[in-house]
Write a protein that binds this ligand. Structure first.
Ligand code: 9D3
Length: 256
């Protein structure tokens, strides 16, 4: 899989590409991440990438020409490999695990990182296939969001987390790096490690019991409880068993 990142701050990505998952995925050759400096696709002396908005108002807008030229140059390099062009923007559809899953099937993704007040709408309409936001908060550009999209997508690729053998037909298979709760669409249960007592705070007895069935049930209930309290929106998408329902019923009236 290849990511083509178009940005005015290519250096921004160097440190994240040299650590953890992104480093491993690129070093092993499973993923190629190429950084393209938008200024190299300008044709004026000052390498101008932005201009004042028509109609007036504050701030600057990315000009269309350098972005079109950059994407067309990439397409020209390998015309047989189809490009999926994504604009990172606050107006995009929200990045979710399902969106990342969808992107992980692409062969070659172009990520356009905007800056300033925005990008000329003709880029959105006629160059990008897709517009993605990472959440309802204001950032100052698309670089961190692009890194988030790459990280989320790359960890789903077969083999990247060492989970080649986990087979998709097995609906109980939990992908490497995710918990049983996460696989069911729940928030995770609490985790503890040694010491069993720290500053008078004790680890729940059941986790020290060695009773695996009890532990499984405790974890599942804690995951359900946390999801119910904090993210009831997630609970609406989960299929609950009769026992789950009874457990949640027993929590009602215990709102913290
Ligand atoms: C404060 C300016 N905003 C109102 C006029 C518009 C605006 C333009 C450009 C707000 C943010 C940005 C820069 N952000 C991104 O390019 C961006 C982003 C984000 O801010 N939040 C979540 N996901 C994304 S993806 C790209």
């Amino acid at each position: 899989m290849t990511f083509e990142v178009i940005t005015i701050f290519p250096d921004f990505f160097h440190s994240i590409l040299e650590h953890g998952l992104l480093k491993r995925a690129t070093a092993s050759g499973q993923v190629t991440i190429r950084l393209h400096d938008l200024r190299e696709y300008t044709d004026d002396r000052h390498h101008t990438v932005d201009d004042r908005p028509f109609g007036g108002g504050p701030g600057m807008v990315f000009k269309p020409e350098p972005l079109f030229r950059a994407v067309e140059a990439l397409q020209g390099e390998a015309p047989e490999r189809s490009l999926r062009v994504i604009l990172l923007s606050p107006q995009g559809r929200l990045l979710t695990q399902a969106v990342a899953e969808e992107l992980s099937h692409a062969e070659r993704l172009v990520l356009i990182c905007g800056r300033y007040e925005g990008v000329d709408e003709r880029v959105t309409e006629h160059l990008a296939c897709d517009e993605i936001s990472i959440g309802d908060f204001v950032m100052s550009g698309g670089e961190l969001p692009a890194a988030v999209v790459m990280e989320t997508t790359i960890r789903l690729l077969p083999g990247v987390l060492g989970n080649e053998e986990s087979c998709e037909q097995d609906s109980f298979a939990v992908p490497a790096g995710s918990s049983a709760a996460e696989a069911q669409g729940l928030l995770d249960c609490p985790h503890y490690t040694r010491p069993a007592e720290f500053r008078n705070w004790k680890v729940p007895e059941v986790l020290l019991s060695g009773d695996h069935e009890e532990i499984r049930q405790w974890r599942h209930r804690r995951a359900l409880e946390k999801t119910w309290r904090r993210r009831p929106d997630l609970l609406a998408q989960v299929t609950l068993s009769e026992e789950d329902r009874r457990w949640l019923e027993s929590l009602k009236g215990t709102e913290l």
